[in-house]
Design a protein. Structure first.
Lengths: 144, 144
DNA sequence: TTCGAATCATTCAAGCTCGAAATATTCTGG
DNA sequence: CCAGAATATTTCGAGCTTGAATGATTCGAA
């Protein structure tokens, strides 16, 4: 019988690693959700706010959130209804939207970041370990 | 003015790392989804199948999938309807279910693992890098 | 032993996410 | 310039996920 690829030690290690990456992402999500709830936000809304480092298009936000643009539409709709974000016409491309935080949105984002800064699952790693992790993740993400 | 915790370089690095962990988890999800679809499964169903390394309870499966038990109920319902998995009474605890793959389920799992074994985002890392990543993830997950 | 706390699983409502289709606009080769 | 390809966004249907509430069973300490 031919040994199948899926049963090689290398493949088994990769599967386990998949579960761990997923598990850590889950932990991060829980951490965000916990503090988001305290501010009257959902996890998705908080993630969007966290990624709004400045004005950007829907697509850019979707990429930062690692989700589909259609989902960004959904989340921005909610934030807009709460008066935290606005869709302005894009200065150079009439297809695109120029997303901008309102003063309320900026204040909310500041409060959120303050809460997220303590007790993150990643705080379990010292700065050097974080640097190494950063390098490995970058490698895995860009080359795939 | 007091410098807020959220604006320290350390906090900024952690936020970026959050996005990357989430991004990689997303890539893994896409990879699973792609091959799951080819087998007529959804991503969640494929993940459940991947984690069914042997008989286990609902809670164990949920933990392996990094999700709530209520979600495992939902997914197992679907797999059961497709005749891939069965809920047996647990031998020693009448509260619990003993999940077991059917022959069809085992065959499906084998086919799935075969597909997942090639082109995983984690394949971008050589075995040594994977070992290091494993260690860092374990540290972050257990100490948080 | 027995009662209260903890655990296993499920149901349900609310919200998230993807993927495909549709619209509007921009880009590009001829 | 112009037609067709590419891109930005939105809408919608289907499926995923959580958290709270519920019922059944087991555990543990007095």
């Amino acid at each position: 019988m031919t040994t199948s690829r899926a049963q090689e030690p290398q493949a088994i290690a990769e599967r386990q690693l998949c579960g761990m990456v997923n598990g850590l992402a889950q932990r991060i999500g829980e951490h965000v959700r916990e503090h988001a709830t305290a501010l009257g936000l959902t996890e998705a809304q908080a993630t969007a706010l966290r990624e709004m480092t400045g004005p950007m298009t829907m697509r850019e936000l979707a990429e930062r959130m690692s989700c589909e643009p259609s989902n960004a539409t959904f989340v921005v709709d909610k934030l807009e209804k709460q008066g935290l974000i606005e869709r302005h016409p894009h200065p150079t491309d009439r297809r695109a939207k120029h997303l901008v935080l309102t003063p309320d949105g900026t204040a909310m984002r500041d409060r959120l970041l303050e809460l997220l800064a303590v007790g993150s699952p990643l705080a379990a790693l010292d700065p050097e370990a974080q640097r190494v992790l950063h390098g490995l993740l970058k490698q895995a993400i860009t080359r795939s």
